[in-house]
Design a protein around this ligand. Structure first.
Ligand code: ADP
Length: 530
């Protein structure tokens, strides 16, 4: 997908041309007047550019760097189709240099005391939070999510930096009772080394900080490859990391030719760990590719989340929870409810209340004044996918309760949709929709709900709504998922382990467990100790 957008010349209306005239604005303007700003996308882009927030080069060894062959790639505002800017389109050579810089920085960063690393991370957190308006606006520009949601993601993304600033000081080892009198046995934990972090477009900041913060906390250095759709937030965050005192070379950002960059990271014996969030197909490729140099791998891949509403659910709680879980980020998260399973006794009532709530959702540009609930989809391919899934379901007998088509705003806006009469042979009953479409399926018994919920290769998030305490435990334990929300649709937090089972991935991110992914355990046996 990315290579199709590689451009050496502007082919679309370019925002950067339009704000060239405003570059003389004082740097402080943006910060002082953020609350009074025009919310029009191009004026936001102009202000971000003049305040230095829009970076277009990669970041290698602490230096802003063009692609060696000068190639660039367009970054497009998904709400308008306008080009925000053109960023460097990098490949293997730049990636190898970024790896070399990360390796060099690792030698010193891994020896810095945990307390010092912690201070740098804390400073990075403070900078991210003090620029949350600008980072949120940048994210709305390149990703499309409503501004309030984008600013919320800055807080969520920054929370990983704060959390791992604290955890940096708690990487403990062990002393093991010796098996012989003259021996002393120790376990120490050490950073794995250079980490390759490949991230998606749906959370342009949080998916990066969730990987980079624990890596830096324990002394690793990183080469980040953000999605080509959303590199700007990553580049802005990298700039703030240097301002925070994190040494140059410890955080590198390369973007462009995804498979070339990925292959270079996989081939390098210096890269000791690959951490990836994205599609299951790419995750499998990376896992296979990591075998050649036996790297550690953690993968956070696709989901197919069931959201189970039992007859005994509190209707208001269930509607609110299902709505939050389904429509967050326009349905473009791997933990979004993909199948809403509703027990027959509450089906009609739930379908009615849920449909009313969905009808009331406001679709719009992320910068629209007032609350917008649903923004655009990321690109045309995402739009075609959602349209084709809905058409397939309708052709096989699904009924449209709400929505079911492109929104009148055009571009990549799709109407929040509720479908009923869903059957297993429909594609959207089996595959991740990644759009604002809620398919309702009826079930009779608890056993049937569990069986259907588990009948998938995915195993990331599941949600259940019930007021029965025993059932909530019983079903939570029976669900083959890494995360379970009970009477709650938004469950992600930096303090809890995030990750899937089955083909949804390997390893956990966030929480006290997340740091282990970046540590090697070393056993030291000391002899002749009498
Ligand atoms: P999505 O379909 O949600 O964009 P992808 O798995 O395609 O998910 O993308 C997630 C991340 O993986 C992005 O940064 C993308 O550029 C990157 N990516 C895609 N293909 C490859 C590849 N062959 N090797 C390494 N990274 C890749």
């Amino acid at each position: 997908m990315a290579s199709a957008r590689i451009a050496t010349a502007f082919t679309r209306r370019s925002l950067t041309h339009r704000f060239a005239a405003t570059r003389t604005q004082p740097r402080s303007l943006f910060c002082c007047q953020a609350h009074q700003m025009s919310t029009d996308a191009s004026s936001v882009a102009a202000r971000l550019s003049s305040s230095g927030f829009i970076r277009s080069q990669g970041f290698i060894g602490g230096k802003w760097t063009d692609a060696y062959d000068g190639k660039t790639i367009e970054v497009i505002n998904p709400a308008t189709g306008e080009v925000i800017t053109n960023v460097s389109c990098m490949g293997a050579r730049e990636t190898n240099d970024a790896i070399a810089s990360a390796q060099e920085a690792f030698v010193s960063w891994s020896k810095v005391t945990a307390a010092e690393r912690s201070k740098c991370l804390r400073k990075w957190y403070d900078l991210l939070m003090s620029h949350k308006e600008e980072l949120g606006q940048l994210m709305t520009l390149e990703q499309g999510k409503p501004l309030k949601e984008a600013i919320g993601e800055v807080g969520y993304g920054a929370s990983f930096v704060e959390f791992f600033a604290e955890e940096a000081k708690r990487v403990y080892g062990d002393i093991i009772p010796a098996t012989l009198p003259d021996r002393r046995l120790f376990v120490v934990k050490q950073p794995v080394g250079v980490v390759g972090a490949i991230t998606p477009w749906n959370f342009p900041l949080a998916m990066i900080t969730r990987k980079v913060a624990p890596a830096l906390a324990c002394g690793c250095t990183v080469v980040v490859k953000p999605s080509e759709f959303t590199p700007l937030t990553a580049l802005a965050a990298a700039e703030l990391s240097v301002q925070a005192g994190i040494p140059r070379g410890a955080v590198n950002v390369v973007m462009g030719n995804a498979s070339e960059i990925g292959d270079a990271l996989l081939a390098s014996p210096q890269v000791r760990k690959i951490t990836f969030t994205g599609s299951t197909a790419v995750g499998k490729k990376l896992m296979a590719g990591a075998a050649a140099t036996v790297k550690k791998v953690s993968l956070e891949l696709g989901g197919n989340a069931p959201c189970i509403i039992f007859d005994d659910a509190d209707l208001d709680v269930a509607v609110k929870g299902a709505l939050a879980s389904k429509f967050r980020n326009s349905g473009q998260t791997c933990v979004c409810a993909n199948r809403v399973l509703v027990q027959e006794g509450i089906y009609e009532k739930f379908a009615d209340a849920f449909s009313k709530a969905v009808k009331n959702m406001k679709v719009g540009h992320g910068f629209t004044e007032g609350a917008v609930d649903v923004g655009p989809l990321i690109n045309d391919a995402a739009m075609h996918k959602v349209e084709s899934f809905v058409q397939d379901a309708i052709s096989k007998g699904a009924k449209v309760l709400v929505g079911g088509k492109k929104h009148s705003l055009g571009m990549r806006f799709y109407e929040p949709t509720v479908l009923t009469d869903i059957k297993n042979e429909m594609i959207l009953a089996r595959e991740e929709i990644f759009g604002p479409v809620a398919p309702l399926q009826k079930f009779k018994t608890e056993e049937e709900a569990i069986r259907r919920a588990n009948d998938t290769n995915a195993g990331l998030a599941a949600y259940i709504f019930t007021t029965n305490m025993q059932r909530s435990w019983r079903v939570s334990e029976a669900l083959e998922y890494g995360l379970v929300g009970v009477n709650e649709g938004l469950i992600s937090t930096e303090v809890a382990p995030f990750g899937g089972v089955k083909q949804s991935g390997l390893g956990r991110e966030g929480s006290k467990y997340g740091i282990d992914e970046y540590l090697e355990m070393k056993y030291i046996c000391m002899g002749n100790m009498n």
